[in-house]
Design a protein around this ligand. Sequence first.
Ligand SMILES: [Zn+2]
Length: 249
Amino acid sequence: MVAPNPGPYTGPGTNTWIVEAGPVVAVIDPGPDDEVHLAAINQRIGAATVGVVLVTHSHPDHLPLAARLAAAHHASVRRYPELGDEDVVRVGTLNVTALHTPGHSADHLCFWLAEDRALFTGDLILGRGSSMVTYPEGDVAAYLRSLDRVAELRPRLLFPGHWDPVEDAMAKIEEYRAHRLEREAQVLAEVRRGGGTAQELTRRVYGALDEQLLVAAEMTMRAHLRKLVDDAAVRSTGDGERETYDAPV
Ligand SMILES: [Zn+2]
C-alpha cells in the first residue's frame, strides 16, 4: 500500500508492505502518522492478526505510524538497534531476517525472506531514481558496503520503500552501485580540476539549481567528500564554512 505522502524525496509515497504469513501478517514500514493511511491499512488487514510491525529506519516517512498501528493490534514494533544484524523474527509461517545496512541512515535495516529470495530494501534501494546519501547522516562507504552485502544474497525480488517492486534484483543493485561510484568519480574529478569549499564544488558540478535542490546536492557532495578524505584521495584544510578540499600532490 502507498501512503499519501508523495513528494520529491518520496516518489508516489512511502510503501507499506503487508506480508501474509498464514493467519497473521507482518507490516513493514507503516509510514507517516496519517489517519487516512492508518484506516486503509486496517481495512486491508481485515480480520487477520498483525504479528509484528517492522521498520526499516527511523525517517519521518517510514516510522511515525508504527506505534499506533502496533498498539491497535497488540503487536510489537521491531527496529534497529533493538533488532540487530542477522536477528530472525519469526511471524506466523515466516522467518524474517534483519540485515543492518547503514549508509542512507545509520539505523537502516533490510528484511530478508530467504525462502522467497525476497528483500525489503527500505531506502537502500528504491524502485526508481537514486537513494539519498547525504551529510551528516549518510555514509557513502557504508552505503557501498551495504549494497555489496545484499548483492551477496543474490535476491530475486526487491520490495523498496518507494516506487514499484523490482523483478531484476541483481541488475538494480548493480545500477545503484554504478551510480554511486559514478557520483564519486565526478566529485573526485572536480576536486582535481581545482580545490574549493563544498559549496563551490557543488555549484561547479551542478551549475544552476534552485536553492532547495542545491542544498540537497551540497549535502550529497559533503558525504562523498568525507569518504574521499577518509580514503586519502582528497585533502581537507580549514574547518567550518571555510573548509576547503583539494587533491593531494
Ligand atoms: Zn529514509
